[in-house]
Design a protein around this ligand. Structure first.
Ligand code: HEC
Length: 131
């Protein structure tokens, strides 16, 4: 009985921590990124016109990189390892939401980094949206 309860708790606690959920990535994108990058990722969110630097078109990342989608590099722009001034630099516009470095992310080239599960999901979502 005790063991069953413990197992149930572990499963319950582990489930939300699993990354690689594109739908969750899409929801996180809508909540935290679309205001600048736009609902269609074209860089035309409602805040775009008040920003000095235009938000990047996130559908063109692979095209601009010769067909390669740099998962690890993109994750760094979101989790703050490679901060963008337009994301708030050391004070990210989305606060500490994506700062839990608890998930290993691997790029097709074999690079691995530690990032947050939410960032893995967002990057997976972005990868599905490339033109
Ligand atoms: C306050 C507006 C704003 C928010 C919110 C925002 N961004 Fe950005 N982002 C920008 C701007 C502006 C740029 C382009 C300028 C730059 O690269 O510094 C950019 C650049 C990027 C880049 C670099 C693109 C490239 O080609 O290298 C990525 C990736 C990115 N954003 C992803 C995201 C994600 C994912 C989120 C949500 C978690 C997000 N951004 C939230 C404004 C924003």
């Amino acid at each position: 009985m005790k063991r069953t309860f413990l197992l149930a708790c572990l499963m319950g606690a582990a489930a939300p921590a699993f990354a690689q959920d594109v739908e969750r990535g899409a929801r996180l994108y809508t909540d935290h990124c679309a205001v600048c990058h736009g609902a269609s990722l074209l860089g035309d969110g409602p805040m775009a016109e008040v920003l000095v630097v235009p938000p990047a078109n996130l559908r063109r990342i692979a095209r601009d990189n010769g067909g390669y989608f740099p998962r690890v590099g993109i994750a760094g722009h979101i989790d703050g390892r490679d901060p963008l001034l337009s994301h708030g630099g050391d004070m990210p516009v989305y606060g500490r939401l994506f700062s839990a470095m608890s998930e290993v992310m691997t790029s097709p080239g074999g690079d691995t980094v530690l990032t947050s599960p939410e960032v893995v999901d967002i990057v997976d979502f972005l990868e599905t949206q490339q033109d």
